[in-house]
Each structure stands twice: as structure tokens, then as C-alpha cells.
Design a binder for this molecule. Structure first.
Ligand code: SAM
Length: 310
């Protein structure tokens, strides 16, 4: 269960989608002065050295972050996310990749708070050391929990300021994670119905993954689901061919931003002609007259040639 280390994947296409959306949500929360909490149920190490042996082993950032850095005419959602990545690389070379905790720290104002869950016994030490290097303010704002984020979440809800963002980003190495996400989100919503919950999920050939997304869609909440396919599914394997972000109680600005960004991301991050995206939203996220149309047409668009069925 403890073999996953995010350093091998930092800055890949999945991180790009996840983190661009997270930065947009954080910006939206900063529009109001009222403080908020960010609860990251699966924190990882916080920041990653892309020149390290682990990151270089698969070089996944080459087909993720690097493609964005080389591109022109970026959609605003992507441009804004890259500003944060650049902040952690002041000399202009993208050697460091900020994970979700670091993007949150960048956004937080003095009264805002960050709660990080990390269960890996070594990763939590790396996270603690990394945090220590961020200085007093970051240390004071952050609480580290070496515990199961799925179970620990409910104990922090509702957040004291009654505003909060939950980011749930498991590795799904254990297929029980799919069920744990649903249970944890249900528990969370029962204590804090107005929170924003951003759930990352892999696009893999696994029944549990499809069922989890269908179950999330059937919850009686407002949601946006953005999924990015970068390549043809791996024959008979469980390899990642893309990923999605399911956002419950999304900022009202998110759908428009993704409508602009997703076609561009699908084109820019395409690894073959099967690259595509879907952008769907809950019927309750729009006025009733529009909802009917939106539900029928799930905004499914494909980039490249129409594909044969898997
Ligand atoms: N959210 C991070 C980011 O965007 O930078 C990456 C997180 S990584 C995909 C998942 C992390 O969750 C791993 O570091 C893993 O050790 C940790 N983990 C796995 N199961 C966990 C659990 N039940 N509770 C808390 N952390 C867990």
C-alpha cells in the first residue's frame, strides 16, 4: 500500500489538470476577505525537485508541465497556474514543481489555515522538512496529520471559519480507495454541505473508477467534472491514459474557465490521436431551462480523429 511516491509523477498531465483547477478555486476563495481552510487529505511531499533521480526516471513532466511551458497563447486558467509554478522557480528554469500543499500555501492569507494528511511514514518526514524550509508563517498556518485522510477529514469539518476547500487526491493503488473516496465525501458533505470538494481520479480501465464517478454524479449537489484523455488506453493494462477532476460546489467561474482550457489542454497534452476531453456539470449547477440541455449533451468533445471503441 505504501509504494506510491509522487516524485515519480510530479508535473505530469494529471498534475497539470489537477493543479490548474486547484489554483482557480483558491483564487476564487481569495475574492472574499472571510478566512477559509484548505484540507488536503493526501498531501504528498509538498514540492518536488524535477532534476532528482526519481522525477527524471520516468520524466513524466516532459509530457505535462514542459509542454505547457513551450506553448503559446495559453488559456487564462493555464496561464494563471503557470504563474504559481514560476513563483517556485525564480531563476526562470522549472526545476521545482509545487504540489497541492505548496499551491495552497502560496494562496493563503494570514488568517487562512492548511491541514495536510499524509500517511506514508517517509513521505511525511520529507513533507515536514520541506515545510520547515518555507519559514515561520507557513509552519504556523499548517497542521500536519500523519493519519488516514479519508477517515480524518470528518473530524475537521465543518471548518471553524465555515469556509473551506477539500482536495482529495489518492493514488488509487488500492482499489478500496474508490469506495473510501465516496464514503469520505458523503461524511464530509453531511457535516459541511457548502464546502468545495475537489476530487482527482485516474482514467484507467477499471470498473471501480467508472462507478465512483457515476456515484459522485448522482449525489444531490452541484458539481463539475472535467476529464482529460491524453492517449489510447493501454491494452489490457491498468495504465493511466488520462485523469479527471470532480469538483463539488465549484466556483461559478470554473465552468467557463474550463470550457476555454480543456480543448487547449487536450490538444497540447495529446500523446496520440485519441486525446480528448469531457466537461460535464450537474443539472442543478445551471438554471432549470439550461439544465435539461446540459444533462443530455454532456459537452463531450474529442480532439483528433473519431476513435474506435475500446
Ligand atoms: N496531492 C499531492 C499533490 O497534488 O501534490 C499528491 C498526493 S499523491 C497522489 C498521494 C499521497 O497520498 C501519497 O503521498 C501517499 O503516500 C498518500 N496516501 C495514501 N493513502 C493515504 C491515506 N489514506 N491518507 C493520507 N495519505 C495517504
Amino acid at each position: 500500500m505504501f509504494s506510491y511516491r509522487h516524485a515519480f509523477h510530479a508535473g505530469n498531465h494529471a498534475d497539470v489538470l489537477k493543479h490548474a483547477i486547484l489554483v482557480h478555486i483558491l483564487d476564487y476563495y481569495n475574492r472574499k476577505d472571510t478566512p477559509y481552510w484548505v484540507i488536503d487529505t493526501h498531501a504528498g511531499a509538498g514540492i518536488y525537485d524535477l532534476t532528482s533521480e526519481w522525477a527524471a526516471k520516468n520524466g513524466e513532466f516532459v509530457d505535462g508541465l514542459d509542454r505547457l511551458l513551450a506553448a503559446e497563447s495559453l488559456p487564462p486558467l493555464v496561464e494563471r497556474y503557470l504563474l504559481d509554478v514560476q513563483h517556485f522557480n525564480p531563476d526562470g528554469v522549472a526545476n521545482f514543481y509545487p504540489g497541492s500543499p505548496w499551491l495552497a500555501l502560496r494562496a493563503l492569507r494570514d488568517a487562512d489555515r492548511l491541514h495536510l494528511f499524509e500517511m506514508h511514514p517517509t513521505e511525511i518526514d520529507v513533507l515536514r522538512d520541506n515545510l520547515a524550509e518555507q519559514g515561520e508563517r507557513a509552519i504556523e498556518q499548517t497542521t500536519l496529520h500523519q493519519a488516514d485522510g479519508f477517515r480524518g477529514l470528518k473530524g475537521l469539518l465543518p471548518p471553524l471559519p465555515r469556509r473551506g476547500i477539500v482536495i482529495m487526491d489518492p493514488s488509487y493503488e488500492d482499489k478500496a480507495d474508490y469506495r473510501s473516496v465516496l464514503q469520505s465525501i458523503k461524511d464530509g458533505l453531511s457535516r459541511f454541505a457548502t464546502g468545495c470538494y475537489a476530487i482527482w481520479y485516474p482514467l484507467v480501465q477499471r470498473r471501480e473508477a467508472h462507478e465512483m464517478v457515476r456515484s459522485l454524479e448522482n449525489m444531490d449537489v452541484k458539481w463539475i467534472d472535467a476529464a482529460l484523455t491524453v492517449r489510447k488506453p493501454v491494452e489490457g493494462g491498468l495504465g493511466l491514459h488520462g485523469s479527471g477532476m470532480f469538483v463539488i460546489n465549484p466556483p461559478w467561474t470554473l465552468h467557463k474557465a474550463l470550457d476555454e482550457a480543456m480543448p487547449w489542454l487536450a490538444k497540447t497534452l495529446a500523446q496520440d490521436d485519441r486525446a480528448s476531453f469531457t466537461l460535464a456539470l450537474s443539472p442543478s449547477a445551471e438554471a432549470p431551462a439550461v439544465a435539461k440541455r446540459v444533462k443530455k449533451d454532456r459537452h463531450i468533445k474529442r480532439v483528433g480523429k473519431p476513435a474506435a471503441k475500446d
